[in-house]
Design a protein around this ligand. Structure first.
Ligand SMILES: [Mn+2]
Length: 357
């Protein structure tokens, strides 16, 4: 079975970028001739958004050429009551008994509920016991994986609470071959786990469109052919791109040119979060902190820059000091590697900064 897996689109009526991302994924599914699309929770940002968007959704989710299988997430847990209709191609897995079955795969779902770790294992065991080993067994799930090094920030705006947490060792004795998950926004992440009779895959595809500024970089979805490993696929949706520039006053390039070069190279679809740190030498380059700030604001006017973090500091007072210059000349002549010279120079700079205070 060939399918496309995503989650956490967080649709809102007033947010066009997220709607466009969904339309793009629907088209990608057609292009890839998939049999089903899996949306593992948080299709909507809130239940009210599901109400507002349902009409438009039906049209989008009709005649797509494949089925769309959805489970409720923590943000849209109450959006899918029994009488709700989201379009002819949509199948919502509302209960633990609900399944989607094809010739070679069985898809089960764990619709989001506010339950604890200890309560989840028996539920998973129950679903697994009713499966057989002849087909690929897929579980749709929305929540936290406790094994990995995720922080609360990775799940969008969720505060500190735990959302339906599981551990990988839950799955070692169960029959699931793929856990196609949602809830982890930051990036595409696949973890292999050992299970009786082979290898299983736990996949968080990451949000397919940046929902907060913490989700940086081009977004992805999971293209899966059962029997094989998950495959990450770039999509052409809105995203934030973090550009971090550390200015080096010993490089000949003008600091403004250094920043421009990086901003120019950014993806056109990206909204840039620009951080400029390091040091500048206003005497050597003729650009002081005030002038650099003006140049950054000019760049903001002509590019997709969402945020500027201006942290660079003018160190010309030290860099043009005779003591530093004499030290630098000796260092240049010394028999050190360039790596060592940089480190020594940084120590000396720090020592001189201390002596100023
Ligand atoms: Mn989410």
């Amino acid at each position: 079975m060939k399918l496309l897996h995503t989650a956490d689109i967080h649709l809102r009526e007033e947010n066009e970028e997220r709607w466009d991302a969904l339309c793009g994924i629907i088209e990608l599914g057609k292009k890839e001739s998939i049999e089903a699309m899996i949306i593992s929770g948080d299709l909507f940002d809130a239940d009210i958004d599901a109400l507002k968007l349902k009409g438009a959704m039906r049209e989008l989710f009709t005649n797509v050429g494949y089925d769309i299988i959805i489970i409720p997430g923590n943000h849209d847990a109450k959006s899918y009551d029994d009488r709700a209709f989201f379009g002819a191609s949509v199948k919502v897995l509302r209960s633990l008994e609900d399944r989607y079955e094809t010739d070679d795969a069985v898809i089960s779902g764990l619709p989001f509920k506010n339950i604890k770790e200890q309560e989840i294992y028996p539920i998973l065991r129950n679903i697994s016991d009713n499966l057989n080993g002849t087909k690929s067994n897929i579980l749709m799930y929305h929540g936290e994986l406790l094994d990995s090094y995720y922080s609360a920030h990775d799940f969008g705006n969720e505060g500190g609470s735990r959302y339906m947490p599981v551990r990988l060792d839950f799955f070692a004795e169960l029959q699931f071959d793929y856990i196609l998950a949602g809830h982890f926004h930051t990036n595409f992440s696949t973890i292999e786990f050992g299970k009786s009779g082979g290898t299983g895959y736990f996949v968080f595809p990451g949000s397919p469109v940046s929902v907060t500024k913490r989700e940086t970089g081009k977004r992805k979805v999971n293209l899966l052919k059962t029997g094989g490993p998950p495959r990450e696929l770039f999509i052409d949706s809105f995203f934030y791109e973090a550009i971090n520039i550390k200015l080096d006053p010993f490089i000949e390039m003008d600091p403004v040119a250094a920043v421009k070069r990086r901003v120019d190279a950014a993806d056109r679809k990206a909204e840039i979060i620009l951080t400029v740190e390091g040091y500048l030498n206003s005497i050597k380059h003729g650009i002081d902190e005030t002038k650099l700030n003006e140049e950054l604001e000019l760049l903001r006017q002509n590019n997709n820059i969402e945020e500027i973090n201006f942290k660079a500091v003018d160190l010309s007072r030290i860099l043009e000091d005779d003591i530093f210059k004499a030290f630098d000349a000796k260092l240049k002549a010394a028999n050190f590697s360039s790596h060592e010279k940089t480190a020594v120079k940084e120590y000396f700079l720090k020592a001189m900064m201390e002596s100023l205070s």
